[in-house]
Design a protein around this ligand. Structure first.
Ligand code: NAD
Ligand code: ZN
Length: 381
Protein backbone atom coordinates (compact mmCIF):
# COMPACT_ATOMS: atom_id res chain seq x y z
CA UNK A 1 0.00 0.00 0.00
CA UNK A 2 1.00 3.64 -0.38
CA UNK A 3 1.90 5.45 2.85
CA UNK A 4 3.64 8.54 4.23
CA UNK A 5 6.89 7.30 5.73
CA UNK A 6 9.18 9.20 8.13
CA UNK A 7 12.78 9.13 6.87
CA UNK A 8 14.44 11.65 9.21
CA UNK A 9 14.03 15.32 10.20
CA UNK A 10 11.78 17.13 7.69
CA UNK A 11 11.89 14.12 5.37
CA UNK A 12 8.65 12.33 4.70
CA UNK A 13 8.06 10.38 1.51
CA UNK A 14 5.27 8.56 -0.25
CA UNK A 15 6.36 4.92 -0.31
CA UNK A 16 5.07 1.44 -0.97
CA UNK A 17 4.98 -0.45 2.34
CA UNK A 18 3.49 -3.86 3.27
CA UNK A 19 -0.31 -3.70 3.52
CA UNK A 20 -1.72 -3.17 7.01
CA UNK A 21 -3.63 -6.35 7.93
CA UNK A 22 -5.64 -8.00 10.68
CA UNK A 23 -3.10 -9.27 13.23
CA UNK A 24 -5.31 -10.07 16.21
CA UNK A 25 -8.89 -11.37 16.44
CA UNK A 26 -10.07 -8.02 17.87
CA UNK A 27 -8.60 -5.95 14.99
CA UNK A 28 -10.53 -4.02 12.37
CA UNK A 29 -9.00 -3.10 9.01
CA UNK A 30 -9.97 0.30 7.59
CA UNK A 31 -9.47 1.67 4.09
CA UNK A 32 -8.55 5.28 4.84
CA UNK A 33 -10.37 7.95 2.84
CA UNK A 34 -9.62 10.98 5.04
CA UNK A 35 -6.61 11.63 7.27
CA UNK A 36 -5.18 14.89 8.61
CA UNK A 37 -1.76 16.37 9.17
CA UNK A 38 -1.66 17.55 12.79
CA UNK A 39 0.56 19.92 14.77
CA UNK A 40 1.49 16.82 16.77
CA UNK A 41 2.92 15.19 13.63
CA UNK A 42 5.37 18.08 13.51
CA UNK A 43 7.06 16.90 16.73
CA UNK A 44 8.13 13.81 14.79
CA UNK A 45 8.55 15.61 11.43
CA UNK A 46 10.96 18.19 12.88
CA UNK A 47 13.09 15.43 14.42
CA UNK A 48 12.35 16.44 18.03
CA UNK A 49 11.53 12.86 19.04
CA UNK A 50 13.04 9.40 18.74
CA UNK A 51 10.39 8.35 16.20
CA UNK A 52 11.94 5.53 14.18
CA UNK A 53 12.63 6.05 10.48
CA UNK A 54 10.54 3.81 8.26
CA UNK A 55 7.38 4.26 10.32
CA UNK A 56 4.08 5.53 8.91
CA UNK A 57 2.63 8.78 10.32
CA UNK A 58 -1.00 9.76 10.84
CA UNK A 59 -3.31 9.67 13.88
CA UNK A 60 -6.41 11.59 12.66
CA UNK A 61 -8.13 8.94 10.58
CA UNK A 62 -11.47 8.16 8.95
CA UNK A 63 -12.41 5.46 6.46
CA UNK A 64 -14.44 2.42 5.52
CA UNK A 65 -14.17 -0.93 7.28
CA UNK A 66 -12.96 -3.57 4.80
CA UNK A 67 -12.32 -6.53 7.13
CA UNK A 68 -12.98 -7.47 10.76
CA UNK A 69 -11.24 -10.03 12.97
CA UNK A 70 -13.21 -13.07 14.22
CA UNK A 71 -13.70 -11.56 17.70
CA UNK A 72 -15.22 -8.31 16.38
CA UNK A 73 -19.01 -8.24 16.62
CA UNK A 74 -20.19 -4.63 16.71
CA UNK A 75 -18.36 -3.02 13.80
CA UNK A 76 -19.21 -4.36 10.33
CA UNK A 77 -17.61 -4.38 6.91
CA UNK A 78 -18.90 -1.31 5.05
CA UNK A 79 -19.25 0.88 8.16
CA UNK A 80 -17.68 4.30 7.82
CA UNK A 81 -15.76 4.98 11.02
CA UNK A 82 -13.75 7.74 12.65
CA UNK A 83 -10.91 6.46 14.77
CA UNK A 84 -9.80 8.28 17.96
CA UNK A 85 -6.06 8.92 18.02
CA UNK A 86 -5.85 7.11 21.37
CA UNK A 87 -5.48 3.35 21.01
CA UNK A 88 -7.20 1.90 24.04
CA UNK A 89 -8.46 -1.48 25.22
CA UNK A 90 -11.70 -0.52 26.96
CA UNK A 91 -11.19 -2.90 29.90
CA UNK A 92 -8.21 -1.65 31.95
CA UNK A 93 -8.66 0.39 35.14
CA UNK A 94 -8.06 3.68 33.29
CA UNK A 95 -10.27 2.92 30.27
CA UNK A 96 -13.08 1.90 32.65
CA UNK A 97 -12.94 5.42 34.07
CA UNK A 98 -13.02 6.97 30.59
CA UNK A 99 -9.31 7.83 30.69
CA UNK A 100 -8.58 6.20 27.35
CA UNK A 101 -5.52 8.42 26.73
CA UNK A 102 -3.90 6.55 29.60
CA UNK A 103 -4.81 2.98 28.60
CA UNK A 104 -2.74 0.48 30.57
CA UNK A 105 -2.92 -2.28 27.95
CA UNK A 106 -1.92 -0.90 24.58
CA UNK A 107 1.53 0.62 25.25
CA UNK A 108 3.97 -2.28 25.60
CA UNK A 109 6.72 -0.13 27.15
CA UNK A 110 7.04 -0.84 30.90
CA UNK A 111 5.75 2.00 33.05
CA UNK A 112 4.04 3.79 30.15
CA UNK A 113 0.33 4.42 29.66
CA UNK A 114 -1.48 5.41 26.48
CA UNK A 115 -0.89 4.62 22.82
CA UNK A 116 -1.50 6.28 19.48
CA UNK A 117 -1.09 5.66 15.74
CA UNK A 118 2.16 6.81 14.13
CA UNK A 119 3.58 8.43 17.24
CA UNK A 120 6.90 8.44 19.13
CA UNK A 121 6.78 6.61 22.48
CA UNK A 122 3.11 5.73 22.06
CA UNK A 123 3.49 2.10 21.07
CA UNK A 124 4.60 0.39 17.85
CA UNK A 125 1.49 1.24 15.83
CA UNK A 126 1.69 2.61 12.33
CA UNK A 127 -0.35 5.63 11.31
CA UNK A 128 -3.18 6.14 8.88
CA UNK A 129 -1.60 8.51 6.34
CA UNK A 130 -1.82 5.43 4.16
CA UNK A 131 -4.31 3.42 2.18
CA UNK A 132 -5.04 0.96 5.01
CA UNK A 133 -4.98 1.12 8.83
CA UNK A 134 -5.09 -1.66 11.40
CA UNK A 135 -7.30 -0.62 14.33
CA UNK A 136 -6.64 -2.66 17.51
CA UNK A 137 -9.68 -3.41 19.74
CA UNK A 138 -11.80 -2.30 16.81
CA UNK A 139 -15.17 -2.69 18.55
CA UNK A 140 -14.02 -0.20 21.20
CA UNK A 141 -11.98 2.16 19.05
CA UNK A 142 -14.16 2.70 15.97
CA UNK A 143 -16.77 5.45 16.12
CA UNK A 144 -19.38 4.33 13.58
CA UNK A 145 -20.71 7.29 11.60
CA UNK A 146 -24.24 7.93 10.36
CA UNK A 147 -25.43 7.93 6.74
CA UNK A 148 -24.12 11.44 6.04
CA UNK A 149 -20.56 10.23 6.76
CA UNK A 150 -19.27 10.50 3.23
CA UNK A 151 -20.63 13.95 2.44
CA UNK A 152 -19.41 15.28 5.83
CA UNK A 153 -16.13 13.37 5.99
CA UNK A 154 -14.06 16.55 6.52
CA UNK A 155 -16.24 17.37 9.53
CA UNK A 156 -16.32 13.91 11.06
CA UNK A 157 -12.55 13.40 10.69
CA UNK A 158 -12.06 16.24 13.20
CA UNK A 159 -13.53 13.85 15.81
CA UNK A 160 -10.33 11.78 15.69
CA UNK A 161 -8.40 14.45 17.55
CA UNK A 162 -8.63 18.20 17.22
CA UNK A 163 -12.26 18.89 18.07
CA UNK A 164 -12.34 16.60 21.12
CA UNK A 165 -8.93 18.01 22.09
CA UNK A 166 -10.14 21.60 21.80
CA UNK A 167 -13.23 20.61 23.78
CA UNK A 168 -10.98 18.92 26.37
CA UNK A 169 -9.01 22.17 26.78
CA UNK A 170 -12.25 23.95 27.71
CA UNK A 171 -13.27 21.09 30.05
CA UNK A 172 -9.89 21.21 31.81
CA UNK A 173 -10.30 24.98 32.10
CA UNK A 174 -13.85 24.43 33.46
CA UNK A 175 -15.44 26.81 30.96
CA UNK A 176 -19.07 27.60 31.79
CA UNK A 177 -21.74 29.74 30.15
CA UNK A 178 -20.97 33.43 30.56
CA UNK A 179 -17.23 32.98 31.13
CA UNK A 180 -14.55 34.97 29.38
CA UNK A 181 -11.89 32.69 27.91
CA UNK A 182 -8.41 33.38 26.56
CA UNK A 183 -6.85 30.82 24.25
CA UNK A 184 -3.14 30.82 23.40
CA UNK A 185 -2.55 29.44 19.91
CA UNK A 186 -4.74 29.79 16.81
CA UNK A 187 -3.50 26.59 15.23
CA UNK A 188 -6.10 23.92 14.50
CA UNK A 189 -6.28 22.91 18.17
CA UNK A 190 -6.63 26.47 19.49
CA UNK A 191 -9.29 27.21 16.87
CA UNK A 192 -11.20 24.11 17.99
CA UNK A 193 -10.89 25.22 21.62
CA UNK A 194 -12.35 28.58 20.62
CA UNK A 195 -15.13 26.80 18.70
CA UNK A 196 -15.85 24.67 21.78
CA UNK A 197 -15.96 27.71 24.05
CA UNK A 198 -18.57 29.32 21.78
CA UNK A 199 -20.64 26.10 21.96
CA UNK A 200 -20.45 26.42 25.75
CA UNK A 201 -21.82 29.99 25.52
CA UNK A 202 -18.69 31.73 26.71
CA UNK A 203 -19.36 35.46 26.85
CA UNK A 204 -16.04 36.43 25.30
CA UNK A 205 -13.51 34.24 23.50
CA UNK A 206 -10.07 35.78 22.94
CA UNK A 207 -7.52 33.98 20.75
CA UNK A 208 -3.80 34.88 20.81
CA UNK A 209 -1.45 34.24 17.87
CA UNK A 210 0.51 36.28 15.34
CA UNK A 211 -0.43 34.66 12.05
CA UNK A 212 -3.06 36.89 10.41
CA UNK A 213 -4.72 34.04 8.50
CA UNK A 214 -5.18 31.97 11.65
CA UNK A 215 -6.43 34.98 13.62
CA UNK A 216 -8.90 35.67 10.80
CA UNK A 217 -10.22 32.10 11.19
CA UNK A 218 -10.81 32.80 14.89
CA UNK A 219 -12.77 35.92 13.99
CA UNK A 220 -14.93 33.86 11.60
CA UNK A 221 -16.54 32.18 14.62
CA UNK A 222 -16.94 35.40 16.59
CA UNK A 223 -13.76 35.23 18.68
CA UNK A 224 -11.66 38.32 19.38
CA UNK A 225 -8.27 38.05 17.67
CA UNK A 226 -5.29 39.13 19.75
CA UNK A 227 -2.15 39.72 17.70
CA UNK A 228 0.81 39.37 20.06
CA UNK A 229 3.25 40.78 17.52
CA UNK A 230 1.70 44.22 18.11
CA UNK A 231 1.59 44.58 21.89
CA UNK A 232 1.69 42.28 24.89
CA UNK A 233 -1.16 39.77 24.75
CA UNK A 234 -1.47 40.03 28.53
CA UNK A 235 -2.12 43.79 28.31
CA UNK A 236 -4.68 43.21 25.56
CA UNK A 237 -6.54 40.58 27.64
CA UNK A 238 -6.49 42.85 30.70
CA UNK A 239 -7.95 45.69 28.67
CA UNK A 240 -10.72 43.45 27.35
CA UNK A 241 -11.58 42.16 30.85
CA UNK A 242 -11.73 45.44 32.83
CA UNK A 243 -8.32 44.76 34.33
CA UNK A 244 -9.42 41.53 36.00
CA UNK A 245 -8.11 38.89 33.62
CA UNK A 246 -10.03 36.15 31.83
CA UNK A 247 -12.13 33.71 33.85
CA UNK A 248 -10.56 30.75 32.02
CA UNK A 249 -7.50 30.10 29.89
CA UNK A 250 -6.47 27.40 27.43
CA UNK A 251 -2.96 26.52 26.29
CA UNK A 252 -2.97 25.18 22.71
CA UNK A 253 0.65 25.74 21.67
CA UNK A 254 2.98 23.52 23.74
CA UNK A 255 6.74 23.51 24.24
CA UNK A 256 7.28 24.85 20.73
CA UNK A 257 5.98 28.27 21.81
CA UNK A 258 7.84 31.11 20.13
CA UNK A 259 8.01 34.80 20.72
CA UNK A 260 6.75 36.83 17.74
CA UNK A 261 10.38 37.27 16.60
CA UNK A 262 10.71 33.52 16.13
CA UNK A 263 12.78 32.56 19.21
CA UNK A 264 11.64 29.49 21.11
CA UNK A 265 10.30 30.10 24.62
CA UNK A 266 8.81 26.85 25.90
CA UNK A 267 7.36 28.54 29.00
CA UNK A 268 5.99 31.66 27.35
CA UNK A 269 2.35 30.64 27.03
CA UNK A 270 2.17 29.22 30.56
CA UNK A 271 3.52 32.44 32.03
CA UNK A 272 1.21 34.55 29.87
CA UNK A 273 -1.73 32.42 31.02
CA UNK A 274 -0.88 32.88 34.69
CA UNK A 275 -0.72 36.64 34.04
CA UNK A 276 -3.83 36.98 31.91
CA UNK A 277 -6.20 34.66 33.83
CA UNK A 278 -7.94 36.14 36.87
CA UNK A 279 -7.27 35.32 40.53
CA UNK A 280 -8.88 31.87 41.20
CA UNK A 281 -9.23 31.30 37.45
CA UNK A 282 -8.70 27.94 35.80
CA UNK A 283 -6.31 26.89 33.03
CA UNK A 284 -6.47 23.89 30.68
CA UNK A 285 -3.27 22.81 28.92
CA UNK A 286 -3.49 20.55 25.86
CA UNK A 287 -0.36 21.79 24.09
CA UNK A 288 2.31 19.10 24.35
CA UNK A 289 5.01 19.61 27.02
CA UNK A 290 6.58 16.17 27.25
CA UNK A 291 8.60 15.75 24.10
CA UNK A 292 10.59 12.58 24.06
CA UNK A 293 14.34 12.71 23.90
CA UNK A 294 16.47 10.12 22.15
CA UNK A 295 18.36 8.05 24.67
CA UNK A 296 17.67 6.45 28.00
CA UNK A 297 14.24 6.41 29.64
CA UNK A 298 15.68 8.86 32.20
CA UNK A 299 15.93 11.43 29.45
CA UNK A 300 12.34 10.95 28.40
CA UNK A 301 10.82 13.84 30.31
CA UNK A 302 13.88 16.06 30.55
CA UNK A 303 12.72 18.56 27.98
CA UNK A 304 9.48 18.75 29.92
CA UNK A 305 11.34 20.34 32.84
CA UNK A 306 10.44 23.90 32.03
CA UNK A 307 10.23 26.70 34.55
CA UNK A 308 7.09 28.80 34.90
CA UNK A 309 6.00 31.33 37.48
CA UNK A 310 4.60 28.91 40.02
CA UNK A 311 4.78 31.62 42.70
CA UNK A 312 2.33 33.87 40.88
CA UNK A 313 0.19 30.87 39.94
CA UNK A 314 -0.01 29.97 43.64
CA UNK A 315 -0.59 33.57 44.76
CA UNK A 316 -3.51 33.92 42.37
CA UNK A 317 -5.05 30.68 43.61
CA UNK A 318 -5.37 29.36 40.08
CA UNK A 319 -5.96 25.77 39.05
CA UNK A 320 -4.50 23.91 36.11
CA UNK A 321 -5.56 20.75 34.30
CA UNK A 322 -3.57 19.15 31.54
CA UNK A 323 -2.72 16.17 29.40
CA UNK A 324 -3.81 14.26 26.36
CA UNK A 325 -7.42 14.18 25.34
CA UNK A 326 -9.52 11.10 26.11
CA UNK A 327 -11.17 11.34 22.70
CA UNK A 328 -13.83 8.70 23.33
CA UNK A 329 -15.14 10.70 26.26
CA UNK A 330 -16.42 13.39 23.91
CA UNK A 331 -16.66 12.09 20.36
CA UNK A 332 -20.22 10.66 20.45
CA UNK A 333 -21.82 13.92 21.54
CA UNK A 334 -19.74 15.94 19.11
CA UNK A 335 -20.71 13.48 16.34
CA UNK A 336 -24.35 14.28 17.09
CA UNK A 337 -23.74 18.03 16.78
CA UNK A 338 -22.29 17.43 13.29
CA UNK A 339 -25.04 15.02 12.26
CA UNK A 340 -27.78 17.41 13.43
CA UNK A 341 -26.22 20.20 11.37
CA UNK A 342 -25.31 22.26 14.45
CA UNK A 343 -21.53 22.06 13.97
CA UNK A 344 -19.22 22.20 10.98
CA UNK A 345 -15.66 21.82 12.29
CA UNK A 346 -14.33 21.52 8.73
CA UNK A 347 -14.26 25.34 8.67
CA UNK A 348 -10.63 24.98 9.83
CA UNK A 349 -9.64 23.08 6.68
CA UNK A 350 -7.49 25.08 4.26
CA UNK A 351 -6.17 22.36 1.95
CA UNK A 352 -7.29 18.95 0.66
CA UNK A 353 -4.49 16.90 -0.92
CA UNK A 354 -3.94 13.39 -2.18
CA UNK A 355 -1.24 11.22 -0.62
CA UNK A 356 1.32 12.07 -3.33
CA UNK A 357 1.15 15.75 -2.37
CA UNK A 358 1.39 15.12 1.38
CA UNK A 359 5.17 15.85 1.65
CA UNK A 360 4.45 19.26 0.16
CA UNK A 361 1.61 19.72 2.66
CA UNK A 362 3.95 18.89 5.54
CA UNK A 363 6.45 21.50 4.37
CA UNK A 364 3.88 24.29 4.12
CA UNK A 365 2.11 23.39 7.38
CA UNK A 366 5.43 23.12 9.25
CA UNK A 367 6.45 26.62 8.06
CA UNK A 368 2.96 27.90 8.98
CA UNK A 369 2.87 29.38 5.49
CA UNK A 370 0.12 31.92 5.02
CA UNK A 371 -3.21 30.18 4.53
CA UNK A 372 -2.06 26.65 5.52
CA UNK A 373 -4.26 26.17 8.58
CA UNK A 374 -5.26 22.50 8.37
CA UNK A 375 -4.39 19.91 5.75
CA UNK A 376 -6.70 16.99 4.99
CA UNK A 377 -5.32 14.10 2.95
CA UNK A 378 -7.45 11.80 0.81
CA UNK A 379 -5.55 8.54 0.11
CA UNK A 380 -6.85 6.76 -2.94
CA UNK A 381 -7.71 9.95 -4.83
P1 NAD B 1 0.19 24.38 15.41
O1 NAD B 1 1.64 24.30 15.68
O2 NAD B 1 -0.30 24.44 14.02
O3 NAD B 1 -0.43 25.63 16.19
C1 NAD B 1 0.22 26.27 17.23
C2 NAD B 1 -0.03 27.77 17.09
O4 NAD B 1 0.53 28.41 18.24
C3 NAD B 1 0.64 28.41 15.86
O5 NAD B 1 -0.35 29.07 15.09
C4 NAD B 1 1.66 29.36 16.46
O6 NAD B 1 1.81 30.57 15.73
C5 NAD B 1 1.05 29.65 17.83
N1 NAD B 1 2.03 30.14 18.82
C6 NAD B 1 3.36 29.88 18.89
N2 NAD B 1 3.88 30.54 19.94
C7 NAD B 1 2.86 31.23 20.52
C8 NAD B 1 2.78 32.10 21.63
N3 NAD B 1 3.87 32.40 22.37
N4 NAD B 1 1.58 32.65 21.94
C9 NAD B 1 0.46 32.35 21.21
N5 NAD B 1 0.48 31.52 20.14
C10 NAD B 1 1.67 30.98 19.80
O7 NAD B 1 -0.38 23.09 16.15
P2 NAD B 1 -1.84 22.50 16.52
O8 NAD B 1 -2.16 21.40 15.58
O9 NAD B 1 -2.84 23.58 16.71
O10 NAD B 1 -1.46 21.83 17.93
C11 NAD B 1 -1.16 22.66 19.04
C12 NAD B 1 -0.58 21.83 20.18
O11 NAD B 1 -1.57 20.90 20.64
C13 NAD B 1 0.64 20.98 19.79
O12 NAD B 1 1.55 20.96 20.88
C14 NAD B 1 0.04 19.61 19.60
O13 NAD B 1 0.97 18.57 19.75
C15 NAD B 1 -0.95 19.62 20.74
N6 NAD B 1 -2.00 18.57 20.70
C16 NAD B 1 -2.35 18.02 21.89
C17 NAD B 1 -3.32 17.06 21.94
C18 NAD B 1 -3.75 16.47 23.26
O14 NAD B 1 -4.40 15.42 23.29
N7 NAD B 1 -3.44 17.10 24.38
C19 NAD B 1 -3.94 16.65 20.76
C20 NAD B 1 -3.59 17.25 19.56
C21 NAD B 1 -2.61 18.23 19.54
ZN1 ZN C 1 -3.57 15.29 15.96
Amino acid sequence: MKAIVYNGPRQVNVEEVPDARIERPTDVLVRITTTNICGSDLHMYEGRTDFETGRVLGHENLGEVVEVGPAVDRVRVGDVVCIPFNISCGFCANCEKGLTAYCLTTNPEPGMAGAAYGFADMGPYNGGQAELLRVPYGDFNCLVLPDDAKEKQNDYVMLADIWPTGWHATQLAQVEAGDSVVIYGAGPVGLMAAYSATFKSASKVMVVDRHPDRLAKAEEIGAIAIDDSRTSPVDQVMELTDGLGADRGCECVGYQAHDPQGHEHPNMTLNNLVKSVKFTGTIGVVGVFVPSDPGSPDDLFKQGEIAFDYGMFWFKGQKIGNGQCNVKHYNRQLRTLIHEGKARPSWVVSHELNLDDAPDGYEHFDRRDLGWTKVVLHPGE
